[in-house]
Design a protein around this ligand. Structure first.
Ligand code: AMP
Ligand code: GLY
Length: 420
């Protein structure tokens, strides 16, 4: 069986690792140096829909998985399916749940799904007037479209809020993604990532997890794509889970169906547990990164079995089981990330397969291989995963080994999972 995964980060490395089994021939476009130890990497850009369809057709791919936001929002799944390729992931009509925050906020309002109060704007004067009349800080300004996790500004003062509005609507900081903005109420509480498989009828969540988005210890520094994750999330108690399932997980699927935008794939619910219960901060139309590396490391059910059940709309017939215990990932990043950073630094501590036995697994986010050596090739470079009987155990394991792998100017957070 030939399987193609579209993407080239740690998430795709984790997906490929979960799919790897005898009788399965794996391809990844474009992949990376770590992935190339498990799959044939094909040099096609993630947004090159025609190129991916051509490759999948010529190679007679049996199953394709698209797991990055941009190709999903652009309609890569639709294009692959039209070409007769069996494909896992939401179509363009459903991927809008991540592609447009204006859409997802309106959806939640229409179907009474708990989320922060908001207004949408395309005109800066109207937006600034609204901020003035609200006169409540912090306030949250979001570019409606995709912005690599950087399109959210938490403004502490009127001046900061105004600057964010001007940057997005007038200067065009996020291009088309920031031509419409959402201004929303600032919520407080612990955040939970819930990655759930759905076939449009039933929702089967994986183990809950907790991302750490800020670049530095104590949640200081800029927002990033994610610096580390723990699973399970200690704040996602059975009681919260039940409420979230009934008021958010299921209603979202039903709302998408009612809109004629049935969602099939992995839906990422970014929740905040407020004192009024769980509320949606954002939806993503795909596995989170780095959440996927942790959740898939704990997944007991064969990923391919789940993928098949989603595509064939019989997810209710199977269970999605996770191991007991906990897992943690700490991202090793290039100095300067999430702003400018250097690439091409030699990574020490990896064997020829890009692994180090001290860890459960080393997922590669941004690496290349030259003359048999692994070099850094991105802001987030490696994701080091440990498992344990609980979070503290997994945390001890990761931090007692983490310095076995390094490269010039690398950095990581020391407090993933909380201060030790
Ligand atoms: P998003 O890209 O929408 O997930 O936002 C990035 C991060 O900004 C979230 O993970 C939260 O930490 C924070 N954030 C977003 N919206 C809100 C909100 N309404 N209130 C408080 N924090 C928020
Ligand atoms: N880790 C957050 C995301 O995947 O968007």
């Amino acid at each position: 069986m030939k399987i193609l995964v579209v993407g080239g980060g740690g998430r795709e490395h984790a997906i490929i690792k979960s799919l790897a089994a005898e009788g399965r021939q794996l391809f990844c476009a474009p992949g990376n140096a770590g992935i190339s130890n498990l799959a044939t990497c094909v040099d096609i850009k993630i947004n090159d829909i025609d190129g991916i369809v051509k490759f999948a057709t010529e190679e007679k791919i049996d199953l394709a998985l698209v797991s990055q936001d941009e190709p999903l929002v652009l309609g890569m799944v639709d294009a692959l399916q039209s070409a007769g390729i069996r494909t896992f992931g939401p179509n363009k009509a459903a991927a809008i749940i991540e592609g447009s925050k204006a859409f997802s906020k309106d959806l939640m309002k229409k179907y009474n799904i708990p989320t922060a109060a908001y207004e949408k704007f395309t005109d800066s004067a109207a937006a600034i007037e609204y901020i003035k009349t609200q006169n409540s800080y912090p306030t949250v300004i979001k570019a409606s479209g995709l912005a690599l996790g950087k399109g959210v500004i938490i403004a502490q003062t009127f001046e900061e809020a105004k600057e964010a509005v001007v940057e997005m609507l007038e200067i065009g900081k996020f291009g088309d993604s920031g031509k419409e903005i959402v201004i929303e109420e600032f919520l407080t509480g612990p955040e939970v990532s819930v990655l759930a498989f759905t076939d449009g009828h039933c929702v089967r969540p994986m183990i809950s997890s907790k991302d750490h988005k800020r670049a530095f210890d104590n949640d200081e520094g800029l927002n990033t794509g994610g610096m580390g994750v723990i699973a399970p999330n200690p704040f996602y108690t059975d009681e919260v889970e039940k409420i979230a399932y009934e008021t958010i997980l299921i209603p979202t699927i039903e709302a998408m169906n009612a809109e004629g935008r049935t969602f099939k794939g992995v839906l990422y619910y970014g929740l905040m547990i407020t004192d009024k219960g769980p509320k949606v901060i954002e939806y993503n139309c795909r596995f989170g990164d780095p959440e996927a590396q942790v959740c898939l490391s704990l997944l007991k059910t064969d990923l391919l079995e789940i993928v098949d059940a989603v595509i064939d709309e019989r997810l209710s017939e199977i269970e999605v089981k996770s191991e007991d215990g906990a897992a943690i990932i700490v991202m090793m990043c290039s100095g300067g990330y999430p702003e400018s950073y250097e690439k091409g630094k030699e990574i020490t501590g990896l064997d020829e397969n890009g692994q180090n036995d001290a860890f459960h697994y080393v997922f590669h986010s941004g690496t290349v291989k030259k003359d048999g050596r692994y070099l850094s090739n991105g802001g987030r470079v490696l994701g080091l995963v440990a498992k344990g009987k609980d979070i503290a155990d997994a945390q001890n394991s990761i931090y007692s080994n983490i310095d076995k792998v390094s490269f010039e100017k690398s950095f990581y957070r020391h407090d993933i999972g909380g201060k030790r």
